[in-house]
Write a protein that binds this ligand. Structure first.
Ligand SMILES: *Cc1c(COP(=O)(O)O)cnc(C)c1O
Length: 380
């Protein structure tokens, strides 16, 4: 069972964390917990010091995404998975349409399918390794897809489907692993939502959504409608978007957040903005990703999984290995050398490596990773 390969230490990346979520947390973020924030840990999130952290995150993200006038940064507990249920309870009026092309984009569609007060959603299903956008459909009030399908390494375009705005429909984008790594024009979305443990290199547990005025208005309209006699919808308070909006406006959350997650997120948003914002971050991710794609295209045993070059993600890179080489063995040998979380998405079931190249990851470490993979494959 022991296939130990020892990679020479001068070949190793400085940091061996290449996960697609949770992702590398920069040492400075961890130091921020001890240095600046030592007196904040273990204190009330309803008092000024923590509210200032939340305020800085909200302002910093507005700057980072260059949000159009009227858009708001809203947050709450539960991660992106909770936001799917919030959207079902608080944003979809009657019927949604979904583009599904992997595990994450499919999960939101399943939530909507099982909500008894919603109509059966329209599903536009694509093959793993490609993307498929929802299409303009009569009576649909909400269109949903994922910016970056983390399970397959596919990035989809973010542009409103023609005719949907005229229909009064909203566009909800799961940006969990795309936000912060891929360019975006927020005006093309009504909710661009994500968790902080991907490109923002913090811990999990929160959801953050950049909401348009139309999304806010929709949430208030739906909240009002449940008070009417005969309303069939139940909005549990944990899934109430209006309550999250009102708490966020006060730089708070409905219930207690993980303060450490907020502090590390605040540090990352500042670091990204100080370095040049989304333009800088997305260029850095593109550089890292192209190192991997180019290496794979030249390699005689590896190749990019996503055939369409325009759909290849610059945040999560998926690389198929020739069947002569076991990805499981390569991943295990890398882990023994401190290079972790390079495994493919389990349910996709391919002989594949999946590498997170988020802004925190140094492109020079990605370069070193390609040489380490070659070394392991030669010596297994
Ligand atoms: C990780 C991920 C999620 C789930 O995030 P949680 O914080 O675990 O709820 C949802 N969507 C996408 C695209 C993801 O990558």
């Amino acid at each position: 069972m022991t296939n130990t390969v020892t990679i020479p230490s001068n070949m190793l990346p400085e940091d061996g964390r290449f996960g697609s979520g949770p992702t590398k947390i920069r040492p400075e973020q961890i130091q921020a917990l001890d240095k600046g924030a030592r007196n904040l840990l273990g204190t009330s999130h309803r008092q000024t010091p923590i509210k200032q952290v939340v305020g800085s995150i909200r302002e910093g993200l507005s700057e980072f995404f260059q949000t159009p006038d009227g858009y708001e940064v809203v947050l709450g507990n539960g991660g992106a998975s909770a936001f799917w249920d919030i959207a079902c309870a608080s944003l979809i009026t009657r019927k949604a349409a979904f583009g599904t092309y992997g595990s994450f984009s499919s999960k939101f569609a399943k939530s909507a399918q099982s909500a008894p007060f919603l109509e059966e959603p329209e599903i536009f299903a694509g093959e793993p390794g490609t993307y498929r956008l929802p299409e303009l459909t009569e009576y649909v009030d909400t269109y949903c897809w994922a910016h970056n399908e983390t399970s397959t390494g596919v990035a989809a375009p973010i542009k409103r489907i023609a005719g949907t705005k005229e229909q009064g429909a909203l566009t909800l984008i799961d940006a969990t692993s795309g936000a912060g790594a891929l360019p975006v024009d927020i005006s093309q979305t009504d909710a661009y939502y994500f968790s902080p443990q991907k490109a923002f290199g913090s811990d999990g547990g929160l959801w953050i959504a950049v909401l348009s005025p139309a999304a806010v208005e929709r949430a208030y309209g739906i909240a009002k409608s449940v008070d009417l006699p005969g309303a069939r919808r139940w909005i549990p308070s944990f899934l109430s978007l209006t309550s999250a909006i009102e708490n966020s406006r006060k730089d708070q959350t409905l219930n207690t957040p993980a303060v450490a997650t907020l502090i590390m997120l605040e540090n990352q948003v500042r670091w990204l903005n100080d370095n040049g914002g989304l333009a800088w971050a997305s260029a850095r991710c593109a550089r890292s990703a192209s190192l991997l794609y180019q290496w794979a295209e030249k390699s005689d045993y590896a190749s990019p999984f996503v055939a369409d070059k325009n759909a290849r993600s610059n945040a999560v890179v998926t690389i198929d290995l020739d069947e002569r080489i076991s990805a499981t063995q390569v991943v295990a040998a890398l882990r023994e050398n401190g290079i972790v979380d390079t495994n493919g998405y389990r349910k996709l079931g391919r002989n594949q490596l999946r590498i997170g190249v988020f802004p925190s990851v140094d492109p020079s470490d990605v370069d070193a990773l390609t040489r380490c993979i070659d070394y392991v494959v030669e010596h297994l």
